[in-house]
Design a protein around this ligand. Structure first.
Ligand code: G3I
Ligand code: 9MR
Length: 587
C-alpha cells in the first residue's frame, strides 16, 4: 500500500457532512455522466464506517457500495493525502442482499486523528469522515457499563449520578407474590417473598434468572480477565467512594437480588415479573403486582453457575468478610442438587402470564457451565465430570446456550487443577471456534463473523459474543489475528453495517433514538438513555412493524414499535462492555 505525504488539495471533491442523517454517506449533487453510464445513482453510493473511532492498532476498514472504483485515499483535515489503498474486489453478502460492495482496508494506518476517506475515480466522488480515536471507545465502554446503573430496580436515581435521567424508585420488590406455578411447601401460592434490587432485564421491568445470569457472568468475566483495568475505573455511581471497584458494586446490585430467587428446597424461580407487559410507564408508575413465576432446570443451573463464579472471582475483595460469598456458594450447590434431581424441568408459561419466556428444553449446556463453575469453586470431581459430559459443538454463548461460559472460566482458572491434556483440549476447542470465525469473516468480505442465520433476535449480541470467543483465543495464543477480527465485529456494531446505524445510544452520528425501552419512552426526555445497545437487525420481524428491508443484516427499525430489533437488554450490553474493556485493557 502507498502512503502519501505530499500536500495535494483536491478541488471538486465533495465530502458529505458528518451530521448527515442519511444511511451511510450520500452526496447531494447530481449524478455524474460517468456514473449514469454505469447505471449507478449517486444517491445509492454509501460508505459505512465505525462512527465512533477506530482503535489505533486495530482492524480498520470501511464498506463502500456502488462505486466501481479500485482505490481509496485518506486525507487529513488539512487536505493532505496520508494513505492510499486498493478497494477489494466487488462482492455481495447474502445477509445484505444482492448489492455489491467493496472493503477499504486501512488497518496499517495508525495515526490517531480525523480523516476523510475518499473514493477517487472518474465520476465517483464520494467521501466520509473517519476517526482513529481510542478515547471515544473508553467513553462508550463507561456508558455501556453505566447502563446497568440506569436499569437498576428498587432505587431512586439521583442527579449526581443520573443527571437529567434521574428518576424515582420503582419496583422495590419487598412483597413479591408467589405465583401458583412457583408454589412449594416452603412458599405456598400467594405467599410473599422479598426479592429487592437487581437490574431490569431490558425494555421491560422483568427480572429473569436465566438472562440475568449470563449478563452478570459476562461482566464478572470482564473483571476477572482485566482486574487491573477495572480496579481503577470510576462510573460515578452511588457506591463510587467505597472500597470496591465500581464494576463490582454494580455486579453486587444484581447478585444480591439473584441470591433471593431460591426457595428453601433449592429450586430457583424462573422469573420475577408482572403478569402482563407494563405500559410505557416510568418505574414508579408501574405499580401492578409482581410475582415470582415458575421453576426450571435452566434457572437453577444458571443461578448455580453465576453464584459459584461470583463467590470465586470476588473472593480476594472480600477477604475480611467472606460470609456472603460462602453463602452464595452454598446456595449454588443447593441449586445444583435440585437441578440434578429435576434434570428436565422445562419452564411452562402459565396461561395468565405474558411476560418474557426465556424458554429452553436442552439443559446439557447449563449442566456444563454450572459444572465448570462449581468445579473451580470446590474442586469436587463430580462437577468436572458433568462438564466433561458436554459433547456438543462449541458455539458463542447466548442465554439459551451457555456452555462457552464454562470454557471461559476453565481457560482462565483451570490450569492448576486439570490434567494438561484436558486443559489443552478445552483451549483447542476455543481456538478451533475462533479459526472458523475468521473463515466466516474472510468469506463475508464485510468485516464481520456473521452468517445470515446468525441474525436472530439480539443479533448485535451474537456479533459481540463471537468477539468474546475470539478474544479468548487471543488470550490463549497471543495471536493478534483473533483480536483484529474481534475488533472488526465491533466496527460492524458501531456503524459498518448495512443499516448505517451505530447501535449504541448516544454514540455515533446516526444512533437509535427510539429504542423499545420503557424508561426512555416514558421519561419525557428527547434522547434515549445513553449507552444502550439496540438488539439489532434480524429478519423475524415478530413485532409486525413496517421495516424497510427484509434482508437479515438490514432488517432493523429505529422505532418503539420494533421490540424484535430495537429493544435493549442486559445480556446484549454486557458483551459490549466485555469487548470494549478487553480491547482497551490490552492495548
Ligand atoms: O429456538 C429456535 C430455533 O430452533 C430456531 O432455529 C430459531 C429460528 O429463528 O428460533 C429459535 O427461537 C428463538 C428464540 O428466541 C431462541 O433463540 C425465537 O425465534 C425468538 O423469537 C426468541 O427471541 C427471544 C425473545 O425474547 C422472544 O421470546 C429472544 O431470544 C430474547 O432475547 C427475548 O428476550 C426478551 C424477554 O423475553 C423479555 N425482556 C426483553 C427481552 C429482549 O427482547
Ligand atoms: O414490550 C415487550 C418487550 O419488552 C418484549 O421483549 C417483547 C417480547 O415478546 O414483547 C413486548 O411486548 C409486546 C407484546 O409481546 C405484544 N404486544 C405489544 C407489546 C409491546 O408494546
Amino acid at each position: 500500500m502507498l502512503k502519501f505525504h505530499q500536500k495535494t488539495l483536491l478541488s471538486g471533491l465533495i465530502c458529505c457532512a458528518v451530521t448527515s442523517a442519511l444511511v451511510g454517506c450520500k452526496t447531494a449533487d447530481k449524478t455524474s455522466p460517468v456514473l449514469k453510464a454505469q447505471g449507478i445513482k449517486k444517491s445509492e453510493q454509501t460508505i459505512q464506517v465505525n462512527q465512533l473511532g477506530y482503535f489505533i492498532n486495530g482492524e480498520k476498514g470501511a464498506i463502500v457500495s456502488r462505486t466501481q472504483e479500485t482505490s481509496f485515499r485518506l486525507r487529513n483535515l488539512q487536505g493532505d493525502f496520508v494513505f492510499e489503498g486498493p478497494l477489494s474486489e466487488p462482492k455481495s453478502w447474502s445477509a445484505r442482499g444482492p448489492e455489491k460492495f467493496q472493503f477499504a482496508n486501512f488497518s496499517s494506518f495508525s495515526e490517531p486523528g480525523i480523516y476523510n476517506l475518499t473514493i477517487m475515480g472518474a465520476g465517483s466522488e464520494l467521501s466520509r469522515q473517519i476517526k482513529i480515536d481510542e478515547q471515544i471507545n473508553q467513553q462508550a465502554h463507561n456508558a455501556a457499563l453505566k447502563y446497568f446503573y440506569f436499569n437498576r430496580a428498587g432505587m431512586a436515581l439521583t442527579a449526581p449520578y443520573a443527571g437529567k435521567f434521574q428518576r424515582q424508585e420503582g419496583h422495590s420488590d419487598l412483597n413479591v407474590i408467589v405465583h401458583p406455578s412457583a408454589a412449594s411447601t416452603s412458599q405456598p401460592a400467594f405467599s410473599t417473598i422479598s426479592s429487592p434490587k437487581g437490574w431490569y432485564d431490558a425494555g421491560d421491568y422483568g427480572k429473569y434468572t436465566v438472562n440475568a445470569s449470563i449478563a452478570t457472568y459476562t461482566l464478572l468475566a470482564a473483571y476477572a480477565d482485566y482486574p487491573d483495568y477495572y480496579d481503577n475505573l470510576s462510573l460515578t455511581i452511588p457506591e463510587s467512594n467505597n472500597q470496591l471497584p465500581d464494576i463490582v458494586d454494580e455486579l453486587m446490585w444484581n447478585l444480591e437480588w439473584l441470591h433471593t430467587m431460591q426457595n428453601e428446597e433449592g429450586a430457583v424461580y424462573h422469573k420475577l415479573t408482572t403478569l402482563q407487559w407494563p405500559g410505557k410507564d416510568m418505574p414508579a408508575e408501574d405499580t401492578a403486582d409482581r410475582y415470582v413465576i415458575g421453576f426450571s432446570t435452566s434457572a437453577a443451573l444458571d443461578y448455580a453457575a453465576t453464584l459459584a463464579a461470583a463467590s470465586r472471582i470476588l473472593r480476594p475483595l472480600f477477604a475480611d468478610n467472606p460470609q456472603q460469598l460462602e453463602q452464595w456458594l452454598t446456595s449454588a450447590q443447593k441449586a445444583w442438587d435440585w437441578a440434578s434431581a429435576h434434570p428436565d424441568y422445562v419452564y411452562q408459561q402459565p396461561a395468565d402470564v405474558s411476560s418474557g419466556e426465556y424458554g429452553d428444553d436442552d439443559f446439557a449446556d447449563e449442566f456444563a457451565w454450572a459444572g465448570a463453575e462449581l468445579f473451580l469453586a470446590t474442586k469436587e470431581q463430580k462437577y468436572w465430570r458433568a462438564f466433561q459430559q458436554y459433547n456438543k459443538q462449541l458455539k458463542e454463548p447466548d442465554w439459551s446456550n451457555v456452555a462457552a461460559l464454562g470454557y471461559f472460566s476453565l481457560a482462565r482458572e483451570g490450569k492448576p487443577f486439570l490434567a494438561s491434556k484436558d486443559f489443552h483440549t478445552l483451549q483447542s476447542e476455543l481456538i478451533d471456534y475462533a479459526d472458523a470465525a475468521i473463515k466466516i469473516y474472510e468469506n463475508t468480505g464485510y468485516g464481520v463473523t456473521m452468517n445470515s442465520d446468525d441474525f436472530v433476535w439480539g443479533s448485535n449480541a451474537v456479533v459481540l459474543n463471537k468477539s468474546i470467543m475470539l478474544l479468548n483465543a487471543f488470550r490463549i495464543t497471543g495471536d493478534e489475528k483473533y483480536r483484529q477480527v474481534a475488533q472488526g465485529n465491533l466496527n460492524f456494531v458501531f456503524g459498518r453495517n448495512p443499516t448505517g446505524y451505530s447501535f449504541l445510544t448516544g454514540f455515533g452520528e446516526k444512533s437509535p433514538k427510539n429504542p423499545h425501552h420503557r424508561i426512555s419512552a416514558g421519561d419525557k426526555i428527547d434522547e434515549p438513555v445513553p449507552g444502550m445497545l439496540a438488539g439489532g437487525p434480524q429478519p423475524g420481524q415478530q413485532d409486525k412493524c413496517d421495516y424497510e428491508s427484509n434482508f437479515a443484516a438490514a432488517s432493523y427499525l429505529d422505532d418503539w414499535c420494533s421490540y424484535a430489533s430495537n429493544e435493549v437488554a442486559i445480556n446484549w450490553n454486557a458483551p459490549l462492555v466485555y469487548v470494549l474493556g478487553s480491547l482497551l485493557a490490552s492495548e
